[in-house]
Design a protein around this ligand. Sequence first.
Ligand SMILES: Nc1ncnc2c1ncn2[C@@H]1O[C@H](COP(=O)(O)OP(=O)(O)OP(=O)(O)O)[C@@H](O)[C@H]1O
Ligand SMILES: [Mg+2]
Length: 600
Amino acid sequence: MAELEQGRIVKVAGPLVVAEGLRHSRMYDLVRVGDQGLMGEIIEMRADRASIQVYEETEGLGPGDVVVSTGAPLSVELGPGMMGAVYDGVQRPLDALREQAGAFLTRGVNAPGLDREARWTFRATVDAGQRVEGGDVIGIVQENEVIALRIMVPPGLGGRITEIASGTYTVTDPVGTLVDDDGGEHPLLLMQTWPVRIPRPYRRKLSLAEPLVTGTRVIDTFFPLLMGGAACIPGPFGAGKTVTQHQIAKWSNAEVVVFIGCGERGNEMTDVLMEFPELTDPYSGQPLMRRTVLVANTSNMPVAAREASVYTGITMAEFFRDMGYNVVLQADSTSRWAEAMREISGRLEEMPGEEGFPAYLGTRLAAFYERAGKVATLGAPLDEKPEADERQGSVSVVGSVSPPGGDLSEPVVQNTLRVVKVFWALEDRLAYERHFPAINWLVSYSLYLDKITPYWRETVSEEYRQRRDTCMEILQRESELAEISRLVGVEALSPEEQIIMETAKSIREDFLQQNAFRDDDQFTSLATQDRLLRLILLFHEKAIQAHADGAPLKEIFSAPVRERIARAKYSTEDQADVFSQIESDIETQLVADGGEAGEI
Ligand SMILES: Nc1ncnc2c1ncn2[C@@H]1O[C@H](COP(=O)(O)OP(=O)(O)OP(=O)(O)O)[C@@H](O)[C@H]1O
Ligand SMILES: [Mg+2]
């Protein structure tokens, strides 16, 4: 047990408190400040002088007030009860805060991350006498209808289980006992703790190969994210960051969602607190919260808690990864996190870097995004997948950025782009034009394209990649031709160029545009995305041919089948015949038949 060392405050500066007399404390130790025991964390140590960021309002604190070090770093509790929970940045459940304090935000409230009263049904999957190591699964708690928690031996622990029993337990009741090689006895609990600033250990990183399928066409087809990868989604005010992130949370093929919301406006609750609990999980029909953990920072919460929240969130995500789940973690918006860093750095009187952000902004962002990944976890393979020789899990990370004025050259965007491989650039011009998702297809990119192609070939089609590239070229050609046509009119373009312009328009309207609020448009499977491209490109090809055979452009462009192409995106997989019907209509309608009646 660490010494509970005491110090005294010498200075208070906003969220930052300086205390002396903490000779034995270390960086990142958690401390209790003042009579109310406010939570704080040491973020700078000089001899016995500690600078402490306090996670609660520091009003009323003053020189001479006592500071007690807990001798342990800021940690989260991991175990049953996290699903559906809404936490603040240091994992205090907002419900419990509200209940205990009456008001929404009071100080000195000590609420554990996991409910101490709740009882969980634990089914042991190992027997007494068995040897286990860190990461091994010892049993299952079915947390709710949707998700089962695999209860694991904490990393670093190993030995022989001397007793274990299925039954009903609270998170602090021992479910069994483990004796390590030195004879030390350790109770086995449903919960474990982990310091948030230290990545949870795994066996090794794996290379990424499968997509994080989102059902959002512009993302999946044009700028795909891999399971275990990281993406940045910058966008000005109201361009669609939150809607895009909610879509990913709802529809992606990750099993667990961790959402970190950093509030923007006044004393308002974040979008997260209001909207997220309303979302329905399309796969289970249950509330999405059944497999979601929310970390919410409203803008009236102290900046230090906001700074901590991304670490709290990603540590939770890693915990589910370690169970063998694919997790998607989203942070909205990371700009608020960076601003918290800037404020605290300013209080520490550190040398400011670009735009007042601390010089370590880039390092911190990189360290955060590098916690994304697909890994071979600690522990034995899962019983459910006996054919696998290791357990695999992943954390995919999507961070939104709200750069002032939508300026993509500002430091948070730039430093994020240095680490992530996918960039979805939201643009207010497109949002004004009601082209949603307002992701600019000429600026955005995914560096995962080549990695994903073999997967596409195997599971979607041989031609999907080629079709995607062809469409991208057509869109690029459109932007060049748009310049010319603005100057001299569309008619000045050659017929081939005019066909390109029409096809590009079709790609934009019939494929890229996707209404997140329309049930039949929210999600498109990869197979259907490919099918749509095939349709659009078939029209393109037949248009060129028909024109070469003498059909006038005007008639080609007004062929009745175009209406059906435009509606094809609302079709589902089991309507495959819809696609073949449209394809055959294209074939019959786009022929130059020497002026015969009927078709062109
Ligand atoms: N895919 C979409 N489909 C339909 N409408 C959309 C879509 N994306 C965004 N919108 C529209 O744009 C509005 C603003 O989107 P959103 O709240 O996601 O923006 P934001 O970038 O998060 O804004 P803020 O900077 O205020 O957080 C939405 O309320 C919605 O009307
Ligand atoms: Mg938003």
